[in-house]
Design a protein around this ligand. Structure first.
Ligand SMILES: [Zn+2]
Length: 125
C-alpha cells in the first residue's frame, strides 16, 4: 500500500517494467540469451559466430571462411530477431526434455535456459 499525501489515503500501486537498460552482460541475463561470447551472441539478429583458434575467441564475420559450412551474411539484411522468433526459440528450448537436445537448441537459438540464470534474477520472475 502506498500513501497519497494529497488525498490523505492509501492506495495499491501497480508497477510494470516497460523498459530497461544495462551493459551487454546485464542485458544478456535479462533477455535470457547465451551472451556476446557465444555462437549466437547478437540480441538483435541470428548472425552466427565462429571460433578463432588463434585468438581463442568467437567472432562474427559476414563472409565466412571457406572451411566453415555456414552461409554468408549480408550486413545490410541480417536475419533479425523478432518477438515471434523469440517466442519460437523459447518454446523450442523449454519444451525439450532431453538435455543434450536442449543444449543443441540453446546453441542454435542463443536463448539460454531460464533455470541457468543466477538466483537474484530468478527471484524477479
Ligand atoms: Zn546482430
Amino acid at each position: 500500500m502506498i500513501f497519497d499525501s494529497l488525498l490523505k489515503e492509501t492506495f495499491v500501486l501497480h508497477c510494470y517494467v516497460i523498459t530497461w537498460t544495462g551493459d551487454i552482460p546485464a542485458i544478456t541475463k535479462i533477455m535470457h540469451l547465451t551472451g556476446h561470447n557465444s555462437y549466437m551472441g547478437c540480441r538483435f539478429c541470428y548472425i552466427k559466430g565462429i571460433y578463432c583458434q588463434q585468438s581463442k575467441h568467437i567472432y562474427y564475420p559476414c563472409s565466412m571462411p571457406k572451411d566453415f559450412n555456414i552461409q554468408n551474411f549480408d550486413p545490410l539484411n541480417l536475419p533479425k530477431r523478432t518477438p515471434r522468433t523469440f517466442e519460437r526459440d523459447i518454446l523450442k528450448v523449454e519444451n525439450e526434455s532431453q538435455n543434450n537436445v536442449k543444449k543443441s537448441y540453446i546453441k542454435e537459438t542463443g536463448w539460454s535456459n531460464y533455470r541457468q540464470l543466477p538466483c537474484d534474477l530468478k527471484q524477479k520472475y
